[in-house]
Design a protein around this ligand. Structure first.
Ligand code: ZN
Length: 198
């Protein structure tokens, strides 16, 4: 991650893209908030966006499962990020799996214009498949951090999000109790195995 790079080798006079991705319960939003707070402490101007679909906790903040939060702007689509960007140095975007592929061009444009762009989101859907637009963002990003959770069944490192309710919608904005973090051994795409009938 960027924090582990010697200061002398940090980019200057350019923008770049940092990706924080992983399963649910892996601390993605906490890591995003940590980086954005450090930028604010350095008196850099920060704008934070999240998709309108995600109003689980608060309408005007990004909030980690542990309750840490920062003020944010809700947008309906990736284009609205450009409309609301203002004069900032750093752009944070949370829950990017709820944006379409348009987000990739928006992030590229922001980085090309000199912004540090930090994005966080799921890298796999509930079937363990790559979750757009994350694969495309991983391809164009300068820095990638994969956060791991702990498997709620066996305690191994977990990078999958197990749905434990019987619902085959790809986007299910969710209460924590609809999901578990699981390792590859304990993860299953057969929801019959993990849900009770009825
Ligand atoms: Zn496991």
């Amino acid at each position: 991650m960027v924090d582990s790079i010697p200061v002398k080798s940090l980019p200057r006079d350019t923008g770049w893209i940092e990706v924080i991705c992983g399963s649910m319960f892996s601390g993605k939003t906490e890591e995003l908030i940590r980086r954005l707070r450090r930028a604010q402490i350095a008196r850099q101007r920060v704008a934070i966006f999240k998709p309108e679909i995600d109003n689980r906790y608060s309408e005007d903040r990004i909030v980690s499962h542990s309750g840490v939060s920062l003020p944010s702007i809700r947008v309906r689509d990736a284009g609205q990020i450009l409309d609301n960007i203002g004069d900032v140095d750093v752009v944070g975007i949370d829950e990017v799996q709820f944006f379409g592929l348009d987000l990739v061009d928006v992030c590229e444009q922001l980085a090309n214009e000199g912004h540090r762009v930090i994005i966080a989101g799921l890298d796999q859907d509930y079937l363990g498949k790559p979750f757009e637009p994350m694969p495309q963002l991983l391809a164009v990003a300068e820095y990638i951090t994969k956060t791991l959770a702990i498997c709620m069944v066996c305690g191994n490192p977990a990078n999958r999000t197990q749905r434990v309710t019987r619902n085959d919608a790809r986007v299910l904005v969710g209460a924590a109790d609809s999901y578990e973090a699981r390792c590859r051994n304990c993860f299953t795409t057969n929801l019959e195995e993990v849900t009770k009938a009825g």
